[in-house]
Design a protein around this ligand. Structure first.
Ligand SMILES: *Cc1c(COP(=O)(O)O)cnc(C)c1O
Length: 228
């Protein structure tokens, strides 16, 4: 089933859009099956779960961290994580920079924006993002590289609202690219789109879609995962 699901999704991807298989809560056997079908980008939202899966799965997997990240857990992923999508404070970015330095690495990061109308979602607003980008602390960082933006739309059937939120995120990316990343072509990513709205996200310019249940099936949150 996983291979069929991946084939179907890959066939529906717009040009230049990369698929992150969101494998949170799923057993390594499922990830291996996706890997054997050719999938290389995987997304997890818990540091310890990512660590455990990374330890037993092939080395050429690109690990994307997509969840809320606590600073004391960065150490479990800093040696290998390919991209952290959820930078929502200068403090967190500083902590990632520090852990990356210990491994002599540069970790790609996305600024997570609060684009949803819901109160509960994490993320920066533009004022906070600009304060971060203008700070001397950010200017001094050598082991992180900001390569774009990420956002989660409101969890709703209102597709117009979702479209507006994704449209806004695209505008944020363009605004920041122009103002802070001139000559830094790597600042181009827009991580947006999940199982139920990635079609809209792609129409609004997504470069990275994060898809879980359409690949692996519904998640069972009744099963405990490692670090909740
Ligand atoms: C779980 C999760 C996804 C994937 O959700 P699906 O609806 O299963 O595709 C995408 N992004 C983030 C941040 C997630 O936590």
């Amino acid at each position: 089933m996983i291979k069929e699901n991946l084939d179907k999704i890959n066939a529906s991807l717009a040009n230049g859009v990369r698929l992150i298989a969101v494998s949170k809560t799923k057993p390594v056997e499922d990830l291996q099956e996706a890997y054997d079908a050719g999938q290389r980008l995987f997304g997890e939202n818990k540091a310890l779960e990512m660590r455990d899966k990374h330890a037993v799965l092939p080395e050429d997997i690109e690990w994307h961290f997509i969840g809320h990240l606590q600073t004391n857990k960065i150490k479990y992923i800093a040696a290998y994580v390919r991209m952290i999508h959820s930078i929502d404070s200068l403090y967190l970015l500083q902590a990632v920079d520090k852990e990356a330095r210990k491994h002599d690495r540069v970790i790609d990061c996305l600024l997570q924006f609060h684009i949803a109308t819901e109160e509960t979602k994490f993320g920066l607003n533009m004022e906070e993002a600009e304060a971060l980008l203008q700070s001397p602390e950010y200017a001094a960082m050598k082991n992180v590289r900001i390569v774009g933006v990420m956002g989660m739309a409101t969890n709703t059937d209102n597709r117009d609202l979702v479209r507006r939120e994704y449209h806004t995120l695209h505008e944020y990316r363009d605004f920041l690219a122009e103002k802070y990343f001139k000559g830094h072509d790597e600042f181009k990513e827009i991580s947006m789109g999940m199982t139920h709205d990635y079609d809209i996200a792609m129409e609004e310019g997504s470069t990275l879609v994060r898809i879980g249940s359409a690949i692996f099936g519904a998640r069972d949150y009744g099963t405990p995962v490692n670090d909740v």
